[in-house]
Ligand binder design. Structure first.
Ligand SMILES: *Cc1c(COP(=O)(O)O)cnc(C)c1O
Length: 220
C-alpha cells in the first residue's frame, strides 16, 4: 500500500464507482481526501490524481504539512475535519477553506474573530458517541443561527457516524440529511471509507475518505 499518484488515481476510480453504485453522482459528490497520518506526499498524490479537497484532523499536523509543501499547498482546498480546540484556531486561520467541525458557540466566536466570514459546517452528533464531537441534534438550528449571526458562512452540516459498519451508521446519516433539508442548507458531509455507500445512499454531498485512497494509515 502506498500513497503514490498512480495508486491513488486507481483507488479514486474505485471510489467513484462505489459512489455510482450507491446511487450517487460521482461528479456531484465532493471527495475530501483525508490525509491525517500520512505525509505531505499523500497530499501531492491526491492533487496529482485530480482531487482538490484535502482534509486534516490535527492542527499541528496540518500546519507542518502545509509548511513542508510550500507553494504546492496552495493547490489544495484545506478542510479541517477533526475535533478542534479554540486555541488552535489562530494557527489555522487563513489556511482552512472549510471548517467542518464547528460544534459549539465558543468555537463559532473564535473562528469569527480569527477568520471573519469563514465558510463552515456545523458538526452534529449523529453517533451518540461523545468522543466523536458534534452538537446535539436538537441544538443544531441554534448553532447554525449563532454562526450566521457571527458572520460565518454556514454551508451545511457534518457528521461522524457510529462505528460498526453501514447498517449501524445509516440512521445517523438519515438524521443528518433531514436536518440539512429542514434548515435549507446545501452541504451534507458524511461518510468515510467503511460507510461511504450508506452515506451516499442517504444523500451525502461530500464524503471524507482516507483509507480508501491511501491505504491503511500508519499507526500514530
Ligand atoms: C479519519 C477521518 C476520516 C477518514 O477516515 P477513513 O476511514 O480513513 O476514510 C473522515 N472523517 C473524519 C472526521 C476523520 O477523522
Amino acid at each position: 500500500m502506498s500513497a503514490d499518484a498512480a495508486s491513488v488515481a486507481a483507488r479514486l476510480r474505485a471510489v467513484h464507482e462505489q459512489i455510482a453504485a450507491a446511487g450517487g453522482d460521482p461528479d456531484a459528490v465532493t471527495i475530501v481526501a483525508v490525509t491525517k497520518g500520512f505525509g505531505p506526499e499523500a497530499v501531492e498524490a491526491a492533487l496529482d490524481a485530480g482531487l482538490a479537497d484535502v482534509g486534516e484532523n490535527y492542527a499541528q499536523e496540518m500546519v507542518a504539512k502545509v509548511e513542508s509543501l510550500g507553494g504546492v499547498a496552495d493547490r489544495a482546498r484545506w478542510h479541517f475535519v477533526g475535533r478542534l480546540q479554540s486555541n488552535k484556531v489562530r494557527a489555522l486561520a487563513g489556511r482552512v477553506a472549510l471548517w467542518q467541525s464547528v460544534d459549539r458557540a465558543s468555537l463559532v466566536r473564535e473562528i469569527a474573530r480569527r477568520d471573519p466570514g469563514a465558510r463552515v459546517l456545523v458538526q452534529v452528533d449523529i453517533s451518540g458517541e461523545e468522543q466523536k464531537g458534534g452538537c446535539a441534534p436538537d441544538r443544531t438550528r441554534e448553532l447554525v443561527e449563532q454562526a450566521g449571526g457571527a458572520g460565518l458562512a454556514v454551508e451545511g452540516l457534518m457528521g461522524v457516524a457510529r462505528s460498526g459498519g453501514p447498517d449501524a451508521a445509516r440512521p445517523g446519516f438519515a438524521l443528518l440529511r433531514g436536518l440539512v433539508d429542514d434548515l435549507g442548507l446545501r452541504e451534507c458531509s458524511m461518510g468515510m471509507t467503511h460507510d461511504l455507500d450508506a452515506a451516499v445512499a442517504e444523500g451525502a454531498t461530500m464524503v471524507r475518505v482516507g483509507t480508501a485512497l491511501f491505504g491503511a494509515r500508519p499507526p500514530r
